[in-house]
Design a protein around this ligand. Sequence first.
Ligand SMILES: Cc1cc2nc3c(=O)[nH]c(=O)nc-3n(C[C@H](O)[C@H](O)[C@H](O)COP(=O)(O)OP(=O)(O)OC[C@H]3O[C@@H](n4cnc5c(N)ncnc54)[C@H](O)[C@@H]3O)c2cc1C
Length: 386
Amino acid sequence: MLSKLICVTVGPGTGVRDDTQGHVRARHRARTWSWLVACGWCLIATVATMGHTYVVNAKSPNASDRNPGTRQAPFASISRAAKVATAGDTVIVQPGVYREDVQLTHSGRPGAPIRFEVADVALHDIEGSRPRIGFTEKGEAREVECDFIAGCDGFHGVSRASIPADKITLFDRDYPFGWLGILAEAPPTEDELVYTHHERGFALLTMRTPELSRLYLQCARDDDIAHWPDERIWEEFRLRSAGEGRKLCEGPIVQKGITDMRSFVVEPMQYGRLFLAGDAAHIVPPTGAKGMNLAIADVRVLARALTAFYKSGRTDMLESYSRVCLRRVWKVQRFSWWATQLLHRFEDDNPFDQRRQLADIDYVTSSRAGSLNWAENYVGLPMEWD
Ligand SMILES: Cc1cc2nc3c(=O)[nH]c(=O)nc-3n(C[C@H](O)[C@H](O)[C@H](O)COP(=O)(O)OP(=O)(O)OC[C@H]3O[C@@H](n4cnc5c(N)ncnc54)[C@H](O)[C@@H]3O)c2cc1C
């Protein structure tokens, strides 16, 4: 998704060459989009030609796979859209629960390739003027030559690992607990998010749609989801988040899992012609709900810098990418760490720590200055380069 945001912002540009074929394979209008080629069919399809747009909306009363797939007459299933979509098309999937195995019927074409399950992705010559992305597709080695590479491949991707270890510094902090998250077919319990500080541990009630809720419980870091049958999960939510007359809206749990909590930053966020963005460059504990926001803010800066480069040959904005992003990243790290230590139970906390925590929560909820501080950071700090 981050790659797509960069593309949409930067707009049309240059070309992409496949050296294994020895000829120009894909004339995308921006070399900077090269990373997409290895990243996903929907991104490629959207950027390359801006073709047809199909809408899937299982919840629409008009939804049917016999429809043309428009907003007024949407498809009921993603599979139907995957069947008719061709290179250059965009599929918009409206919120809902789709239980399907999706297979694409059509392939890409020169200029709008679609590649699945490429392996051995590796970045080459990132410090040079023509970095390359190598990968294996159907047993064949391939390469994509780029002007720049946007490393938007998440925490476990190859981008950050491609930078020599002595060229970057890693900063991190682990937390001694995890989050058990569920997606439930239940309306939100409240119109607002509910953050709970409880002696049994933190809990959070959030929502996805009027019919789907996303809820989280603090749990042991090494906990096993197999130990959490649905009834135990709801019982724990009732204990932590009901109360004060609140009646929890419950429903079938359609997804559940346990996530580690971590703070992590890499400095700098660029090396040569590789620019890291999103979780590839930093992770925040989800308490502040900032990870995706931070990722989007990164690519916004990168897209502006790339636009300046392609429009006027300016390189100063690209050169300051890491410095500009890190100023915001560290403020968001601070907020996310602070919100985490404010709301969770730490096993080694003593009664002093617990009283201090309650005083901090009281300050946030009763002081205008305290609540403004939370609100400013939670809603989001000003964007750079407006
Ligand atoms: C429990 C939880 C709750 C959260 N809640 C919020 C919230 O409320 N608000 C918020 O802002 N953030 C939230 N986040 C954080 C947010 O989900 C992440 O920060 C965000 O998804 C990071 O986006 P990304 O694109 O950088 O990385 P990712 O989402 O990890 O995406 C990277 C993509 O790159 C792909 N990829 C990797 N390697 C390759 C390859 N070689 N070839 C092709 N593709 C590749 C991956 O498959 C993946 O699709 C939450 C996180 C968690 C764990």
